[in-house]
Design a binder for this molecule. Structure first.
Ligand code: NAD
Length: 405
């Protein structure tokens, strides 16, 4: 830290800000990653009103962006009269890829690999008796032949039920263990042995109905359907549509110590799977004229392993959430994604996104302008009154306030 402080010319206060690890002890942080000097804290909010599969949840969300927690809570409130969210998951099966190159006869090599499937699965399961004890383990194997710029490759997919683990370490270990057997059977050379984040066998699906009266009438329903059709037809809009979904998803993923890069990679590759980048949600009008949303995406989250097991805040958040399995956690997260998308589309289709954002945005601007905690409220109030939310205006207001004092 001393070196970084000197190199970056940091003041004592700045060095302390970097060095603050919050609830995570420095020694623990140092065991999690390399070259540790401190911590990076994010605001943690709690989304309310969520009723999922008949159970009430308080949902911790770690995020720096204003409005996300309020929007999720608001959407969840509107879904309650119609029963809240219904969510389910597939089995928590991850894919481990083993790449074989220079295989002279790729199609017959594919069959030779499939012939030794049981032997491969047995070997993999010997590598993780704990996972097997908890009901998981290597379940199946699929083999594909793909065309690449360097000729055909044989790609084996090891399908591993990871139960309550995200599974990257478990799957990578198994893929590495299986590789020599596959190499022998295929007759080529193995290169990569690694999990795929396109977790198509580990999906979460959730749905909710929003009553047309509860959300502001038929015009709002129409606006949401128009917004959805836009996203489904246009990748420029779709990127932002899905970003709004990930606002909610990532916030819970981070709060529970899960790997949000893995979730992001899985979500966007899934959205692009058909060769056309598509929304992760759908929106339709039901027979009564209400709007019904669905969401479907890969969600490889765990309750054991990774930071979920080591970060004290993540552990407490999982307890607060009250989920018993990784699948239940995925159901909660999928529902939050759907709620977040509903809130964004409703705002966009009615008053626009900025009104809801403005007062929170004004707080950020006030702080950027140098307002102290006790000055923020007055600066925000005056920025909103003049409807000019800019740093120069906030500085001007601050000067006036301070002159007055
Ligand atoms: P892990 O290896 O720390 O824990 C998983 C292990 O816990 C299992 O293999 C099993 O032996 C044991 N276990 C105990 N109780 C269990 C239960 N109820 N259900 C299932 N397993 C149980 O963690 P992991 O989930 O294998 O790996 C997650 C980490 O890997 C994350 O931190 C992630 O960031 C990292 N990672 C990700 C990628 C990627 O996504 N591409 C690649 C490498 C590493």
């Amino acid at each position: 830290m001393a070196l970084a402080k000197e190199f970056g010319n940091l003041s004592k206060e700045e060095a302390q800000a970097v060095g603050n690890t919050g609830a995570l002890e420095l020694a623990m942080a140092d065991r999690m990653i390399e070259n540790v000097v401190g911590g990076m804290t994010l605001p943690l909010g709690i989304a309310v009103n969520f009723l999922i599969n008949g159970k009430d949840y308080l949902i911790p969300m770690a995020i720096e962006e204003p409005s996300v927690v309020a929007a999720a809570s608001n959407a969840a409130r509107m879904a309650r009269p119609t029963g809240g969210f219904r969510a389910h998951t597939t089995e928590p099966v991850m894919i481990g890829q083993i790449q074989l190159v220079d295989v002279p006869d790729p199609e017959s090599a594919r069959l030779r690999i499939l012939e030794i499937k049981e032997e491969v699965l047995k070997l993999c399961n010997e590598k993780d008796p704990v996972l097997v004890k908890f009901g998981g383990g290597a379940r199946d194997m699929e083999v594909r032949v793909i065309d690449t710029a360097r000729g055909p490759m044989v790609i084996a997919h090891l399908l591993v039920d990871c139960r309550d683990a995200m599974g990257a370490n478990a799957v990578n270990t198994m893929a590495e263990a299986a590789a020599p057997l596959l190499e022998e059977a295929a007759g080529g050379r193995v290169y990569l042995r690694i999990i795929s984040n396109l977790a198509v066998k580990r999906l979460v699906r959730a749905t909710a109905t929003f009553g047309k009266e509860a959300i502001g009438g038929e015009d709002v329903v129409e606006g949401i359907l128009q917004a959805y059709a836009f996203a489904a037809a246009d990748p420029f809009r779709c990127a932002t549509h899905n970003k709004g979904i990930m606002n909610g998803i990532d916030a819970v993923v981070i709060a529970t110590g899960n790997d949000w890069r893995a979730i992001e990679a899985g979500a966007h590759s899934f959205a692009a799977m058909g060769g056309h980048y598509k929304p992760l949600t759908t929106w339709e009008r039901d027979a009564e004229g209400n709007v019904v949303g669905t969401i479907e995406l890969p969600l490889a989250v765990g309750l054991v392993g990774g930071a979920t097991a080591t970060h004290p805040t993540a552990k407490a958040n999982v307890k607060l959430l009250g989920v018993n399995t990784a699948q239940e956690l995925a159901q909660v997260i999928g529902s939050v994604g759907l709620a977040q998308n509903f809130a964004a589309l409703r705002a966009l289709a009615t008053e626009g996104i900025q009104r809801g954002h403005m007062s929170l945005h004004a707080r950020n601007i006030a702080v950027m302008a140098g307002a102290k905690v006790e000055e923020v409220d007055e600066v925000v109030e005056r920025l909103l009154a003049v409807k000019v939310i800019r740093v120069d205006k906030a500085q001007e207001i601050l000067k006036e306030i301070r002159r007055k004092d």
